[in-house]
Design a protein around this ligand. Structure first.
Ligand SMILES: *Cc1c(COP(=O)(O)O)cnc(C)c1O
Length: 356
């Protein structure tokens, strides 16, 4: 049976990425060696790194003055690298969920943290608006897509201080205006590559402004100066990331992805609204994530949650169980998820409705 992979992360990747990675595991760039066993300083891998960097910049239309880094440690390492490198005394954070809360916790090690607003009061089911950012904050940190709660900030915000964004789960899902940000970071395992590598887009002139000493490995400058090769980079995930970037370009880039992603999300949210058994957990339409679509059983059908989950699994749906902090269901519809999978899920929802 065909599997439809709605996993939140690690998650679905393009066939192209998986196939080319499988081939390179056996024979990398005609070297007769596996990509797992070559030196990261061999010219074949240096070319991969260079091309990944170039395509990353091209696809997101990154202006000059910014560098792209590929680092270990996941997005979670960035929760401390950001304040280490950018916070002198004070930083502002928007608390929109689990990942934002974790970022806030780390920032507290480095100075005063102002939580400008939080949606914790309603289990993070909306994006707070109308908050004020202290003008003396060294930066303002947001999580653009809240993978667990299914909310998303879909616009590039205009703010009065340097902007930093965790874009782990919506990078490459739509065009962004990079010039509005000082740092954009994320783990690759949602929309780009297998786990093991994080990306960081950093504006060079945002650096060098803090008084503290920064350990070498945690200093963005180290990785800029060494083109992500200060230490051994995650070679295989970077190879896979390059395959996804090549695929993205062939498909028409982030504009085309945005079109497809909105179409997929609209189809699924419409079915959730129409189907008497389900309801969306995010009420404000403008806050609804295009990537992670969260829904629960309507109150009258609460007892059928387990039955629906098992029914969906029996029809080939993978990874639609909601995160434990929300419950219900979450369909992650990343770039590589074909529209056919969304249609298959909708069929399952309709079949289940007819059964009851
Ligand atoms: C998955 C995720 C993270 C954590 O990523 P790791 O690479 O596991 O550290 C952080 N932020 C967001 C928004 C995520 O979706």
């Amino acid at each position: 049976m065909k599997k439809h992979n709605f996993s939140a992360g690690p998650s679905i990747l393009p066939e192209y990425t998986i196939k080319n990675t499988a081939d390179a595991i056996l024979n990398f760039a005609g070297t007769g060696l596996s990509v797992m066993e070559v030196s990261h300083r061999d010219k074949e891998f240096m070319a991969v790194m260079e091309q990944a960097n170039k395509l990353f910049k091209e696809l997101l239309d990154i202006p000059s003055g910014y560098e792209v880094l590929f680092l270990g440690g996941g997005a979670s390492m960035q929760f401390c690298m950001v304040p280490y490198n950018l916070m002198n005394k004070k930083a502002a954070y928007l608390n929109t969920g689990t990942w934002a809360s974790k970022a806030i916790k780390e920032a507290h090690f480095f100075g005063e943290v102002v939580e400008v607003a939080s949606s914790k009061d309603e289990n993070f089911c909306y994006i707070p608006k109308g908050y004020e950012i202290p003008s003396d904050a060294d930066y303002f940190h947001i999580t653009t897509n809240n993978t667990i709660f299914g909310t998303e900030i879909k616009e590039d915000l205009d703010v009065n201080v340097p902007l930093v964004a965790d874009m782990s789960s919506d990078i490459f899902s739509r065009p962004i205006d990079v010039s509005k940000y000082s740092v954009i970071y994320g783990g690759a395992q949602k929309n780009l590559a297998p786990s093991g590598v994080a990306f960081v887009i950093v504006k060079e002139d945002a650096l060098g402004k803090v008084d503290r000493k920064i350990p070498t490995m945690l200093n963005y400058k180290t990785h800029i100066d060494n083109e992500s090769m200060f230490n051994t980079p995650p070679v295989v995930p970077i190879f896979s990331a390059l395959q996804t970037l090549i695929w993205l370009k062939e498909q028409g880039g982030v504009k085309e992805m945005e079109k497809r992603n909105i179409a997929k999300a609209d189809m699924l949210y419409s079915e959730i609204e129409r189907n008497k058994m389900f309801k969306a957990t995010v009420k404000n339409i403008e806050d609804r994530s295009v990537m992670n679509i969260c829904f629960v059983m309507n109150d009258e059908y609460k007892d059928l949650e387990l039955e629906f989950r098992e029914f969906a699994i029996s029809k080939g749906m993978v990874g639609i169980k909601g995160h434990r902090s929300v419950g219900g269901f979450r369909a992650s519809c990343y770039n590589a998820l074909p529209v056919e999978s969304v249609k298959a899920l909708i069929d399952v929802m309709q079949e289940f409705e007819k059964k009851h």
